[in-house]
Design a protein around this ligand. Sequence first.
Ligand code: SF4
Ligand code: SF4
Length: 162
Amino acid sequence: MNWMEKGAKHSGAVSTDIFSLLLETSEKERRKRREELLAPLGIKEFFVDGRITIDKRTCKGVECKLCIKACPTNALYWKSSGEVGVTEELCIYCGACVLNCMVDDCIKIERRREDGTVEKFSTPRAFTILEHNTNTKKRLERVKAVFPSTADYLKLYKPTLT
Ligand code: SF4
Ligand code: SF4
């Protein structure tokens, strides 16, 4: 037992993990701020959290700015220092910037869905494949909800021989 724990025991105080509490509070504040900023835009969040990075070395900068035009939340902006900046609180990790970027691997996005699935992409091709696979999975889930097995489907749609 260290001196802090001894002190807490002596004073009868309940020991508290102050660092976890601070992390929890800042995460709540972050989410609240995002909700306040995104609510007026009427944008729903699909990802629990994520990360976006832009490679300044490969970015075409002022000649391009396609990502800034494509961003639905205005999370991207042109800095006075001559590079693209990101307002993290506004980024919903939708991928529109990656889809419009003319340089592969310039914008990198990593995002986590509510079910824990982590998705990473940095090229329009990778983004398109990911979206296609996600939509196919959703369609299959919808079909399975109506017809759990092939037998269920055939019960309704089996052609009748006359
Ligand atoms: S991922 Fe979407 S919201 Fe985030 S910066 Fe790119 S376009 Fe904007
Ligand atoms: S779209 Fe890509 S290359 Fe163009 S400004 Fe944005 S990050 Fe740079």
